[in-house]
Design a protein around this ligand. Structure first.
Ligand code: GLC
Ligand code: CA
Length: 617
């Protein structure tokens, strides 16, 4: 693969050899590795880079195209590595730069691309740049790297504005100046150990160009960009009170189980005329830009500001100077989808996580318009849609889809949470939902462990929890530890094969033997084999570059579509309701590629998705 041995060249000579529309990321399935919980080679209870290298064969076998690694750079780990103290080195917890190079080479040798996490909104307070800023005087160039402001009130004792941290509590912390007097305040949209950079400062921009090149030179295929909707703040940092219902990262209210979604379903059911929508890669309308719409909901002054786009145009140029198709993927919790599409205009990033899809309940009438709108909004700027159901910040979908009470994104579930999910229902829905996701054209993200059907760990002991959310809300919000528990590899082994010592930075439940990879490998009907079959069929039929046609005449609880791929077609029927439905007559004799649950050929049970081979190409 060319990306394994990059030679920086000028823009001219590095023009992609492929035609627009054929870049790998347009159809890729990208597997998210959360390094501390994937595989632990040295047995200290925290996953590491050599651990990842040792397990790459399993990922190749699964059939994914790329891996994205959550941060492994030098960090005091106050937010599990999303607090970076040196952007160009590996934290000793995870290994060394040589371990990173070895992992990248091993991944590339298996045809797996490598995407690393870049955290540009804030650094760790341990970063040399911040320490120098603390030591320097107010008004100095060092202070100007971050967002330092004088406080209000007679003695500057009141925070500069009323913003709240995403993790709870105020978004400002007051420092003590070098001479011991109470001093300025600095902004941290997240933990107080995560000071926000001032991205209007050219010095900051230049540092990050260098960081991008550092990793591109090492052969990475791209970056997942953390908080890509937060780097620019509104002029004057005006006061703001977020609406009560929103997720903490700025998205909409979160999904709850289908039972609780009747209202959404009824509202969405209206638009069910026969629709044919293209997501074909062959002639994307590149250059077409959506109008900035005054009707969009007002953004918080720290989310989704227009000024961020100039930064991504700049980064686009940095990546374009390298051979191969390098990719920038935005973590941007902005709505609506049309606004999110601004992040993936032809001269900006390549992908954005589709959080509106993640937040949609398991409900056909709610899913169909979101899928339609996703394909339409991204295609309007020449980008593929992406699809995602789980990551390290949300309740795993094998639990989330069976929640019966509201659970805003980031809050998590624990022993005292209302509406706890039924495990069997959750797993059934997760398998059915993943079977829908992997049938859709565009890029898809799989979070480590979802291919094993892992549920959220709800019963973590209080004293094991580590998410800053838990501490900053006085234990009111459980936070995200429940989706971050080290994953099981071998049943009956210490730490289920996560390492050989049995140590684990978050305790693993005692009933995970059946979820272990070796307990599922080769077992017909296991979640692991379901994912493998879906990924194989997806590739064989070229579904990633396909286009979706909705099939009408099915009950309203059923999502029914054909994806005409580049090398085959698949018709998908997903029963999101609680009653079995009959297979429509024309499909009765059709070859079944896969079913997410027991299927007798004529009746699709509740919470079950079936893939039929479609002949009408
Ligand atoms: C992103 C990360 C999350 C982290 C936050 C602050 O949302 O996904 O894990 O806590 O940014 O960096
Ligand atoms: Ca380790």
């Amino acid at each position: 693969m060319d990306a394994a041995s990059p030679t920086p060249t000028d823009n001219q000579s590095s023009a992609p050899a492929v035609s627009i529309g054929a870049e790998w990321w347009r159809s890729a399935v990208i597997y998210q590795i959360y390094p501390r919980s994937f595989a632990d080679a040295n047995g200290d209870g925290i996953g590491d880079l050599p651990g990842i290298t040792s397990r790459l064969d399993s990922l190749q076998h699964l059939g994914i195209d790329a891996i994205w690694l959550s941060p492994f750079m030098t960090s005091p780990q106050r937010d599990a590595g999303y607090d970076v103290a040196d952007y160009c080195d590996v934290d000793p917890l995870f290994g060394t730069l040589a371990d990173f190079d070895a992992m990248t080479a091993a991944a590339h040798a298996r045809g797996i691309r490598v995407i690393v996490d870049l955290v540009p909104n804030h650094s760790s307070s341990d970063h040399r740049w911040f320490q120098e800023a603390l030591a320097a005087a107010p008004g100095s160039p060092e202070r100007a790297r971050y967002l330092f402001r004088d406080g209000k009130g007679e003695h500057g004792e009141i925070a500069p504005n009323n913003w709240e941290s995403v993790f709870g509590g105020p978004a400002w912390t007051r420092i003590t100046e070098a001479d011991g007097t109470p001093g300025q305040w600095y902004l941290h949209i997240f933990d107080s150990s995560q000071p926000d950079f001032d991205w209007t400062n050219e010095w900051v921009r230049e540092q990050f160009r260098g960081i991008l090149r550092f990793w591109l030179d090492r052969g990475v295929d791209g970056f997942r960009v953390d908080v890509a909707h937060g780097m620019i703040k509104a002029d004057g940092l005006p006061d703001y009170t977020p609406p009560a219902a929103g997720g903490s990262m700025g998205g909409a209210a979160p999904a709850i189980g289908a039972e609780g979604a009747a209202g959404t379903a009824a509202a969405a059911a209206a638009s069910s005329t026969e629709t044919i929508i293209g997501a074909s890669s062959s002639t994307p309308p590149v250059g077409l830009e959506p109008e900035i719409d005054a009707g969009w909901p007002e953004s918080a002054p720290y989310w989704g500001q227009d000024g961020v786009h100039e930064i991504y145009r700049d980064w686009h140029e940095v990546l374009a100077a390298y051979p191969g198709d390098r990719v920038l993927c935005a973590e941007a919790w902005v709505e609506p989808l049309e606004k999110m599409a601004l992040w993936v205009r032809p001269d900006e990033m390549q992908q954005a996580f589709n959080f509106p899809y993640l937040e949609t309940p398991w409900n056909a009438a709610a899913l169909r318009p979101v899928i339609n709108e996703s394909i339409r909004a991204f295609a309007a700027v020449g980008a593929p849609s992406t699809w995602v159901l789980s990551n390290h910040d949300v309740v795993r979908h094998a639990s989330r889809l069976a929640l019966t009470a509201e659970n805003p994104q980031g809050h998590g579930i624990g022993p005292k949470s209302p509406g706890k999910p039924d495990r069997a229902v959750g797993l059934r829905r997760a398998r059915a939902a993943s079977s829908v996701m992997l049938a859709l054209p565009g890029g898809a993200y799989v979070y480590q462990g979802e291919e094993l059907g892992l549920p959220e760990v709800i019963d973590l002991p209080d004293d094991a929890r580590q998410d800053p959310t838990w501490f900053r809300t006085n234990h009111e919000r459980y936070g995200r530890d429940g989706c971050r528990v080290p994953i099981p590899w071998e049943a009956g082994h210490p730490a289920y094969g996560f390492n050989t010592t049995g140590a684990s930075w978050l305790p693993q439940p005692d009933d995970w033997n059946d979820y272990s990879r070796d307990a599922q490998a080769g077992i017909a009907g296991s979640t692991l084999e379901l994912y493998r079959t879906l990924l194989t069929a997806r590739k064989q039929h070229g579904l990633g570059l396909g286009s979706v046609t909705w099939l009408d005449g099915v009950p309203e609880t059923v999502l029914a579509f054909t994806n005409r791929g580049t090398t085959g077609a698949v018709t998908v029927l997903a029963n999101t309701g609680s009653e079995p439905v009959e297979v429509p007559a024309p499909l009765l004799d059709t070859h079944v590629l896969q079913a997410s649950g027991p299927f007798d050929g004529t009746t699709i049970d509740a919470d079950t998705t079936v893939w039929f081979e479609a002949s009408d190409r």
